[in-house]
Design a protein. Structure first.
Length: 154
């Protein structure tokens, strides 16, 4: 099965700092949720496995654009697919168009997880407080996030 979507939850979202870093325009951008725990790591977030609902964007791309897109985003996230290492690890996840966990409303996408859970001990966990479609979700940026306006500020 070929995956041609990415779930982004931080600076790669369309109106955030790296929203224009994508090498190809998407076919669609949708608001979706996935399960996990969202952390504030300073000027950007990180996601780890967990049971909260995390709000983000599902970027669907033309299948021919996926190799160049993954190469660009892997570089941004510091992920090396040859060694499966870096500060973030690219993984496939299930995302949902509605937070009711029904498979008819879900699809598979790539996302980037924090590689070392030990760095999360010093990070602020973003609580699931925003109400989206009747469900509490965690979302970045929240009112306490430091959102950079320039890449140099990260």
């Amino acid at each position: 099965m070929m995956v041609n979507s990415l779930f982004v939850y931080g600076t790669l979202k369309q109106h955030q700092l790296r929203g224009r870093s994508w090498p190809h325009p998407p076919l669609a951008i949708e608001t979706v949720v996935t399960r996990g725990e969202l952390y504030d790591l300073g000027s950007y977030p990180g996601i780890a496995a967990g049971s909260d609902w995390v709000l983000g964007e599902l970027w669907t791309l033309h299948p021919l654009h996926m190799p160049a897109t993954l190469q660009t985003l892997d570089s941004i996230e510091g992920y090396d697919p040859r060694t499966n290492s870096g500060p973030y690890l690219r993984r496939t996840i299930e995302v949902h168009h509605t937070p009711d966990n029904q498979s008819a409303n879900s699809c598979t996408a790539y996302t980037y997880f924090v590689a070392s859970p030990s760095i999360l001990h010093a990070a602020r966990r973003i609580a699931a407080t925003l109400d989206w479609k009747g469900t509490h979700v965690a979302a970045w940026p929240d009112s306490l996030a430091r959102v950079p306006s320039r890449i140099e500020d990260e």
